[in-house]
Design a protein around this ligand. Sequence first.
Ligand code: GAR
Length: 191
Amino acid sequence: MGKKKVAVLISGFGGNLQALIDACAVPGFPAEIAGVISNKAEAYGLTRAKNHNIPSFVVSHKDFKTRDEFDAELHKKLTGFGAEIVCLAGFMRLLTPEFVNKWQGRMINIHPSLLPAFKGGNAVEDALAAGAKKTGCSVHYVIPEMDSGEVITQREVEISAGDNLESLSQKIHTQEHIAYPAALKIVCGKL
Ligand code: GAR
């Protein structure tokens, strides 16, 4: 069976993108990265894509009047890549239900908590503020409701007394970079 073509959507640093690039470089891994899209021109992840000769595009939400128009352009780019699976990797835009439904079962996201705990954009801060003893990361299918689709895999992180936002984020990132390739492999196996 051929490798599944994956598109990765990013907004920033691209640590998870790099983990996916590295996993795809391992012989026998069932996916290849066909393209990267960022909604931010300054995202360092775009440099990572270029370093590995992966086609990349900026689709800035600021260039579109409505979410529908933005998502339509994303969809056009994704089909242009021949994408079969979409990985959201630190992509910080809400997507319309219409767009999400088009990719049902084929779009996944990584989130820095053990879902359903700590949904939303401040998951690491929220876990610290709640005094939780553990948190982690989840890779899940994307459905229209934010951070709510079926979980594919999770990895735990202990929160120590001395942890702050930076140290805890670092611990979570380390686990994310293991979890995301593992989840992608599982999804490939189901398609
Ligand atoms: C990751 O920690 C990811 O879980 C988080 O953004 C970071 C992106 O890092 N995503 C969310 O918070 C989504 N709600 P990266 O750009 O280095 O991959």
